[in-house]
Ligand binder design. Sequence first.
Ligand SMILES: Nc1ncnc2c1ncn2[C@@H]1O[C@H](COP(=O)(O)OP(=O)(O)OP(=O)(O)O)[C@@H](O)[C@H]1O
Length: 314
Amino acid sequence: MRARGLTKAFGDVVALDGVDLAVSRGEIHGLVGPNGAGKTTLLGLLLGLTRADGGDLEVLGRPVRRGLALPDGVAGFVDGPGLYPALTARQNLDALARLRGDGPAGVADALEQVGLLGVADDRVRGFSLGMRQRLGLAAALLSRPLLLVLDEPANGLDPAGKAQVHRVLTRLAGQGTAVVLSSHRMDDLAALCGTVTLLATGRIVFSGPVGELAAGADELDYRLRTSDPAAARVIAAGTPGLGVLPGGSGPQREGDVLLVRARGPVLDDLVTRLVGAGVGVRELAPVVAPLEAAFLALTAAAARADGSHGEGRR
Ligand SMILES: Nc1ncnc2c1ncn2[C@@H]1O[C@H](COP(=O)(O)OP(=O)(O)OP(=O)(O)O)[C@@H](O)[C@H]1O
């Protein structure tokens, strides 16, 4: 799919403000951004649920002029999958397959792929959020889509469920399906997506390979736990390029933790100095994962730019 200069407003609210996006076959692309960034709106356009005000959108090589119809070869959902609570998981998928004129042949396979075969004959009414999400994915798989569009598919999933969904999506992409999905969490996307687009108030703040986003991370805050916190504090304070954060003792029962701020290479120097002084290093880890930190820094910068220009709203 390819989008150029997409705009969409709801009354005074600009949901998308000139968004460009290109996702190729076999690519898993993540949309990330804070609440209200425009992720769901963009996914809705791909699914034909709404119509853009301006710009060009091409899905599977065909221009999408009008919305309100699911383009051929596209599957997915926004705002949770549409399911019949009174029917069982299997009956939901059987009904969908029948609607499409297919037989029930693929239903068991789709349920098996998302790990719901064991509860196939339970009513969806009793399903947890994570089970509904996985059933929604199974429903999307039934149509063997060329473009799969998912709004926060990891929502409500436990770690095992998340891993299962990741496996399904990776397999699909391996077969050539383009996958576009959204999440609030950079670390979730990083585990799955080769490329990401970071949206903030309807604009692209970053788009490209996940690794490039992490490489942009500037100084980070790290937790440092040692065998001798007092000595470590003195050594850290004397290490060039490294800042010791005030009150860096963390929550209660973490009196031995020091918080320091530095770029990665400075940490090598710190560890060498600590070990040289006979201080044991028990933990040295970023307080916020580098990708999450890059995400927070970029969205904060976008929010500041919006504030100073008074843009983002019409
Ligand atoms: N149908 C609608 N009517 C009015 N405003 C809308 C509508 N849909 C979205 N918006 C507004 O457009 C902006 C973008 O919303 P959107 O749901 O696309 O963001 P999002 O990034 O998916 O947010 P979240 O992470 O909270 O799901 C928000 O300010 C939202 O309030």
